[in-house]
Design a protein around this ligand. Structure first.
Ligand code: FDA
Length: 585
């Protein structure tokens, strides 16, 4: 304890949001205390699809290798199957998560990172143990109860669940990463839109050897059309791989208008065997739980010195696999801002940009995930099945689909359309990558509004426009190894990025460092340690070689200038002006 504060930042919750926030803040050297209600981290493997933007955060934090070691690689993720049971009829398949031939190039060229399947039970320990190793204090069995805040800080009332007593912690800032039933968001009165509890769903975690049904069509998601599949839940029954091919999570719906079902071990085993289609399958039930499908987002993420992130501010079904990903990226957006404000390198106004930048993303993913859930509808319609359809009706639907008649041909065409529509869930690369920030921490230039030649939800579009993430391009370092443009920025620092002929920016960077007292990295693409050997950077930079990009610690472009000004003093004044505005100084 070095002053009247117990910690600089108190993080409530150790899920993907809180764990990332603690790891980022500790990495940036900020005194951080993470408290979490239970004795350990996630005990069920809920989130798993880990997209490229999240992997980029883990890469920047130096923990990407750990994630890759614990996750299942993309090549065994992508053969999403629609079927009547794992042992039953296959309705169709969707090459997913960028593994299909059409999208593979697009995914691999958009990021230095691959998408992986990393269950939450593996992600959370990576975040929290590294946060602790880097100096964050982690306190389990500690429940947040309430808070008060004033001009200088936040006082939180906590309960030690081991001893049972209550105590207070004084922090400069508090992060509420306490999930979908967030007490913090409620206490600071964040405005919430939408609706909670619109459908009922259950998770059944189980162990069973399903290699014979899966190894030849490797996927993380097997969607199952059994009687009742259209009731509640997330679109269809789902058998989801946790570990290939013997650990699983099954998602099945229930009618929210009825009392919640009681799912004992016997009932859980029955549901598992039903969706697999094997009444004698040896199944070991690990756990069962009920949850509801929500459609809720906050239109503001902070109040005073308290900031919320993750499911606390966006609540939606797991469709598209966006929840944990968005939570990690919320933390990536806020952590560097808090660090710079706490160190006195930025004005507190910088923190306003968190809500301005992340609330629109939260709203978009809530809408998208809910729409994806509904977009199973056309599959049901093509097969002529509905909420009340029994086994016979489903069998008739499949038979009609297979008929060698004009009507059968028509159904097959419709099914193809229905399956193509699911690209918005399983290949929504644009949803994952195309965030554009508009806020005080981004200085828009005067170029015309962005034009989207492709569907912005499906296709990632790299750009160096202010507010977009720096495009990935492979460079080559002095050892001849590939490094990404994303590897030469980040790590908690602003970067000034130009080309070999942009020498005028060198002196400007040195002068801004002195003037503002911040660390500011200078990168000249073309230097020995980052040669544009493949010409990839040249193709995406959208500016002249001597132009400049001011890249934030989270890799987003804050400011750009297409060409260098005539003189060094002009370059200095412009860069300094840009930094002052972005940092609120
Ligand atoms: P999360 O709920 O994970 O964590 C909240 C934390 O706060 C916990 O540590 C809790 O103990 C703590 N806490 C709560 N109240 C507290 C209090 N009063 N005091 C102290 N601590 C408190 N997402 C994704 O990106 N990809 C995917 O593939 C999937 N798949 C998926 C499948 C299924 C079946 C589900 C149900 C969900 C998903 N998700 C997902 C969503 C994902 O699980 C979810 O969005 C994240 O867990 C949200 O992370 P948070 O850290 O915000 O909250």
């Amino acid at each position: 304890r070095t002053d009247s504060y117990d910690t600089d930042v108190l993080v409530v919750g150790s899920g993907p949001a809180g764990g990332s926030a603690a790891l980022l803040l500790a990495t940036y050297g900020i005194r951080t205390l993470l408290v979490t209600k239970y004795g350990w981290l996630a005990n069920t493997p809920r989130a798993h699809i880990t997209n490229q933007r999240t992997m980029e955060v883990l890469r920047d934090l130096g923990v990407e290798a750990e994630a890759l070691a614990h996750g299942s690689p993309s090549h065994i993720m992508g053969d999403t199957v629609l079927c009547t049971a794992l042992k039953g009829e296959e309705i169709g398949r969707i090459r997913s998560w960028g593994t299909g031939p059409g999208s593979l190039t697009e995914y691999t060229s958009a990021s230095p990172c691959q998408m992986i399947d990393l269950p939450q039970t593996y992600l959370e320990p990576i975040l929290t143990t590294n946060a602790a190793a880097r100096g964050a204090k982690i306190r389990f069995d500690t429940e947040f109860l309430s808070l008060t805040q004033d001009e200088d800080g936040v006082t939180a009332l906590l309960r030690d669940r081991v001893r049972g007593d209550e105590f207070t912690v004084r922090a400069r800032y508090l992060i509420g990463a306490d999930g979908g039933r967030s007490t913090v968001a409620e206490q600071i009165g964040l405005p919430m839109d939408g609706r909670m509890g619109k459908a009922g769903s259950m998770n059944i975690v189980f162990k069973a050897d399903l290699a014979q049904y899966c190894a030849h069509r490797p996927s993380v998601l097997y969607w199952v059309l059994r009687p009742g599949a259209a009731t509640g839940g997330i679109g269809m029954g789902l058998v989801r791989m946790v570990r290939p091919w013997n650990e699983w999570l099954l998602v099945w719906g229930y009618d929210i208008e009825q009392p919640p079902p009681s799912v004992d071990e016997e009932e859980a085993r029955r549901i598992v065997r039903d969706l697999i289609g094997d009444p004698d399958l040896p199944v070991e039930i690990t756990s069962t739980s009920l949850w509801t499908v929500n459609h809720t987002y906050a239109s503001a993420y902070s109040s005073g010195r308290v900031f919320c992130m993750g499911d606390a501010v966006h609540r939606h079904p797991p469709s598209n696999g966006l929840g944990s990903n968005t939570s990690v990226q919320d933390a990536y957006n806020l952590a560097w801002k808090l660090a710079m404000v706490i160190r006195g390198e930025a004005g507190p106004v910088l923190l306003d940009s968190y809500s301005a930048e992340r609330a629109p993303v939260g709203r978009q993913i809530v809408e998208r995930a809910n729409l994806s859930r509904d977009q199973f509808g056309p599959v049901f319609e093509t097969l002529g099945v509905g909420a009340d359809s029994d086994e016979r009706a489903i069998a008739e639907g499949i038979a009609a689909l297979r008929a060698g008649t004009a009507e059968g041909a028509k159904r097959r065409r419709l099914l193809e359309d229905a399956i193509q529509l699911k690209n918005y869930e399983f290949n929504a690369h644009g949803v994952e990558m195309n965030q554009r920030y508009v806020s005080g921490a981004v200085l828009a230039d005067d170029c015309p509004a962005e034009e989207w030649e492709n569907d912005p939800e499906l296709v990632a579009r790299p750009t160096t426009r202010p507010g977009a993430k720096l495009p990935h391009a492979w460079l080559v370092d002095s050892n001849g190894e590939r490094v990404s443009t994303l590897d030469v920025v980040g790590k908690g620092e602003f970067t000034v990025l130009t080309g070999l002929s942009g020498g005028v920016w060198d002196a400007a960077v040195a002068s801004c460092r002195d003037e503002l007292g911040i660390s500011l990295r200078s990168v000249r693409v073309g230097d020995d340690d980052c040669r544009d050997a493949y010409g990839e950077w040249n193709r995406v930079r959208e500016a002249a070689e001597d132009g400049v990009l001011l890249v934030r610690p989270d890799g987003y472009v804050a400011w750009r200038r297409d060409t260098a000004p005539e003189t060094a003093p002009e370059a200095r004044d412009e860069l300094l002006g840009a930094l002052r505005r972005v940092l609120g100084r």
